[in-house]
Ligand binder design. Structure first.
Ligand code: ADP
Length: 282
């Protein structure tokens, strides 16, 4: 425990975490040889309080993943500042990452994939074993610990990835289309699992998805992005703890779904780069 470290690195690892994520006037440009510079994220201000679950939706290419990568500290803004708990993000165990393609290490067992996230933190092997087992149990995979990723279904692999992201008790969980490659039934079950895990640890979550339904079922707030900017910032007041099948039946869910979907549909139909451009004119 050294002085000057961000607060989350000083706290006891099993305390419920959660730190604010803030974007202050953040812009990110990419250089593309054919089209010239692309403004992936453009002067974004976004303040996400600790423990909040925020979903980001919007058409492909609007900057959702770039926003997420700016929050994990792996890319840096060209303008503005991103902070987590008041400090620039530092990639490491305080920031849990979950991607669509799992990113498990194929030659390590399920348990070793999860335990890997705890290496280098000065924990004893028995402590690592205990924490790994506890998190595999939380995702229902304790008895699969000795198996390898290739022996698991897609849903099980994504549960391993979730356990790996959460085993370090991160304050912040960044998820980029985590359930997009799963079948519809597995996806719904994973949404339930994620809600249960989030209720237990309450990290601050930034969750990128193409699915308006998924955003509304999971999040406290839905950000709609278009062309690198925030178009709408919508509060979701569905009760917690939230049960997707109950939330789906509410009037608030269908009203918000209609509102957000109409907005995204209009964006896609009016985008000259979209395959649906001009479809209404048919
Ligand atoms: P989304 O996640 O909403 O689909 P992205 O954040 O991935 O959007 O991309 C936003 C824009 O930035 C897109 O036009 C994309 O092609 C471009 N872009 C993203 N990453 C890079 C990169 N590494 N190099 C060049 N262009 C990029």
């Amino acid at each position: 425990m050294s002085e000057g470290k961000p607060p989350a690195q000083q706290k006891g690892r099993f305390n419920p975490g959660g730190r604010a994520i803030r974007f202050y006037g953040v812009s990110k440009l990419f250089n593309a040889p054919t089209t010239g510079p692309i403004s992936a994220v453009n002067a974004i201000d976004l303040d996400i309080p600790a423990h909040q679950f925020v979903a980001v939706v919007g058409p492909s290419g609007c900057g959702k993943s770039t926003l997420l990568r700016l929050a994990d500290g792996l890319i840096t803004p060209d303008q503005g500042e991103v902070t987590i708990g008041g400090h620039p993000p530092v990639p490491g165990p305080d920031i849990g990452l979950v991607f669509q393609n799992f990113r498990l290490i194929p030659w390590r067992s399920v348990a070793d994939n999860v335990a890997f996230a705890l290496q280098g933190q000065g924990l004893s092997q028995s402590e690592i074993g205990l924490r790994t087992a506890a998190h595999l149990e939380q995702v229902g995979l304790l008895r699969w610990g000795a198996h390898y990723p290739a022996q698991l279904s897609g849903g099980m692999r994504q549960r391993v990835a979730l356990a790996r992201a959460l085993v370090g008790q991160p304050d912040v969980l960044l998820m980029d289309e985590p359930f997009a490659s799963l079948d519809a039934q597995t996806r719904e079950l994973m949404q339930e699992d994620l809600l249960a895990l989030w209720e237990r640890q309450r990290p601050t979550v930034l969750f990128v998805t193409h699915s308006v339904d998924e955003a509304l079922l999971l999040a406290d707030r839905v950000i709609v992005m278009s062309a690198g900017s925030i178009l709408e910032d919508i509060r979701v007041d569905l009760p917690r703890p939230r049960r997707p099948e109950v939330a789906r039946q509410t009037a608030e869910f269908s009203t918000l779904r209609g509102q957000i979907w109409t907005r995204i549909r209009d964006l896609v139909l009016s985008d000259p780069n979209s395959g649906f451009f001009g479809r209404d004119a048919l």
